[in-house]
Write a protein that binds this ligand. Structure first.
Ligand SMILES: [Zn+2]
Length: 232
C-alpha cells in the first residue's frame, strides 16, 4: 500500500499547505505594517480595529490549515508504516484524523498567537489611545474595551453594535441582518455582485451564504462596553 506515487501525492499536498501558511505569515505582517502606517500618518477613523478583525480571521484560517496539515502527515505515516491496506477507506481515515486535530485548536488561542501579540504591541506603541481586543480571558483594565469573537461587534455598514448578527459563511464576516440584506438587494437591483463591506475582503456576498451568527453576543446584551460610541 505504501505506493510511492501516493506518497508523492501527499507530499505535494503538504507543500501546497505549507505555502498557505506562508501566505498567512505575509498577510499578518502586511496587516501590522498597514496599521502602523495608518497610525503614524494619524489617519482619522484609521480602521485598526477592523485590521485586527482581519488578523483574527487569518489566524483562524491558520488553525484550520495546521489541523489539515497534521492530518495529512498522520495519514502519510500510517501509509508508510503499512497500517492501511486496500480495504481501508482513506477519506474516512483523513476525516477521523481531522476531527481529532480540530479538538486541539481553540479560537481563544488566537489571542496568544505571536502575530496577534505583535500586532497589539506595535499598535499600542504607535498610538496608546487605540482600543484593541485582548481576547476573552484577558484581565479587564479600565481603559481598554474588551472585544472578542463572542462579544459584541460593530457592523461595517451601520457602524453600530450589531443587534441581530448575520454571518457570511464564505468569508466569516458578520453584519447587522437588516443592513446586509438591504445591501445585497441594492446590488441585485443593479445586477452587480455585492462585495463584502469589510475592508480588504473580496468575497461576493450572496443571500444563500448568509445565516444567523450564534458565536457572537448581541449588542443589547453586552453592557461591558464602557464608552458610548454608538453613532445612532
Ligand atoms: Zn467578508
Amino acid at each position: 500500500m505504501s505506493n510511492p506515487a501516493n506518497i508523492r501525492l501527499l507530499d505535494n499536498t503538504l507543500s501546497t499547505i505549507n505555502k498557505m501558511l506562508y501566505y498567512v505569515r505575509t498577510g499578518s505582517q502586511e496587516i501590522t505594517t498597514t496599521g502602523l502606517e495608518l497610525l503614524e500618518n494619524q489617519v482619522e477613523n484609521h480602521g485598526v480595529t477592523e485590521l485586527q478583525d482581519s488578523l483574527v480571521e487569518l489566524l483562524k484560517a491558520e488553525q484550520r490549515i495546521n489541523a489539515f496539515s497534521n492530518s495529512i502527515n498522520q495519514l502519510k505515516t500510517k501509509w508508510q508504516d503499512g497500517q492501511l491496506d486496500d480495504s481501508v477507506d482513506i477519506v474516512q481515515v483523513l476525516e477521523d484524523c481531522l476531527k481529532e486535530e480540530d479538538t486541539k485548536y481553540d479560537e481563544s488561542d488566537i489571542w496568544d498567537h505571536e502575530f496577534m501579540k505583535n500586532f497589539v504591541d506595535q499598535m499600542g506603541q504607535a498610538d496608546s489611545s487605540v482600543q484593541l481586543s485582548h481576547g476573552a480571558n484577558a484581565s479587564e483594565t479600565s481603559d481598554m474595551v474588551i472585544r472578542d469573537a463572542r462579544t459584541v461587534k460593530k457592523c461595517p455598514i451601520t457602524q453600530s453594535d450589531i443587534e441581530e448578527p448575520y454571518r457570511d459563511v464564505i468569508c466569516g464576516h458578520t453584519f447587522e441582518k437588516s443592513a446586509i440584506l438591504a445591501y445585497v438587494k441594492q446590488y441585485q437591483r443593479k445586477r452587480k455582485n455585492a462585495k463584502c463591506p469589510f475592508q480588504g475582503c473580496t468575497n461576493a456576498i450572496q443571500n444563500a451564504n448568509l445565516q444567523p451568527d450564534t458565536s457572537i453576543r448581541r449588542g443589547t446584551q453586552s453592557k461591558r462596553r464602557g464608552e458610548g460610541s454608538s453613532l445612532q
